[in-house]
Design a protein around this ligand. Sequence first.
Ligand code: NAP
Length: 303
Amino acid sequence: MSVRFGLLGTGYWADTVHAAGLAAHPEVEFAGVWGRDAAKAATVAERHGTTAEADLDALLAKVDAVAIALPPDVQAELAYKAVKQGCHLLLEKPLALSVEDADRVVAAAESAGVHSVIFFTRRFQEPTADWFDAVVAPTEWHGGNVLWVASIFTPDNPFGHSAWRKEHGALWDLGPHALAALLPGLGPVAEVVAERGHDDEVHLVLRHEAGGASSATLSLTAAPPAQHSTVEFWGPAGIAESPPQELGPATDALQRAISALLVAVETGVPHPCDVHFARDIVRVLAAAERFLDRPRESRGERP
Ligand SMILES: NC(=O)c1ccc[n+]([C@@H]2O[C@H](COP(=O)([O-])OP(=O)(O)OC[C@H]3O[C@@H](n4cnc5c(N)ncnc54)[C@H](OP(=O)(O)O)[C@@H]3O)[C@@H](O)[C@H]2O)c1
């Protein structure tokens, strides 16, 4: 099976991970790159052996699927457009920056009958991907925790210039990864409360529908020596800690995500990390944001 893919986006992640992954995948025909800057699209296309396409509609018309690596509000708009043209979706996290935008993509994907995979990196990158399948999913857990503190606003960090990350911080950038890690062990979230720390640091406490509880501590503005990322679960079987995440480009993981999308298309069985799952995550993040926007008097008891 060979699937014609287009890429929307020309930034660092689009270039080094999406374009490289699409170009290397044996079942993908990399049919073109679109970006708002034609010169950047030409550079990315040349680097990965495809062509730049200035007309987005023309690219969507000639492909079976799109990979999108753009800011989440832009992604939601273009994913909707792509679905209307019948394209399957390989998307980035978060799916959108509002529940309304996420719902719109989900409704369009349902009515077009297209498949989708959202690239929650740990769910596709070894050794963590195997850990989720072999350890997390089949075991009963009572609680979980994610600690993910990063330091992206340093001069040579490729993610530090991103306007939406500066505006929305760790809640919307790392929150999707944290929830995509906790939900396979503890199930859907019934309620969330949240608190802010220094800068964009945010703490979430989640009650899950199945009865467990979990927490997540997230920051993009930690001091560089404090950078850390772990996922833990505990329950009757003991405690399980995620293996360390691989450093470096996630091109192999992206290829696994492509393969997962192709399996969904071939079998008709939706992937667990599809737009429905990603929309559930947007709902939790939006609820946390509403909680944080409450007046302080209504969200804490003084000791
Ligand atoms: N799964 C992961 O682990 C992971 C890691 C990194 C990033 N990501 C995701 O990948 C996506 C892209 O991230 P990023 O780091 O490249 O930074 P970003 O700030 O989300 O995106 C920057 C890129 O988007 C383009 N862009 C911005 N506004 C646009 C608009 N209105 N229309 C068209 N293009 C627009 C920029 O174009 P110009 O170059 O012309 O300015 C630039 O190429 C995000 O969703 C992010 O969450 C995921």
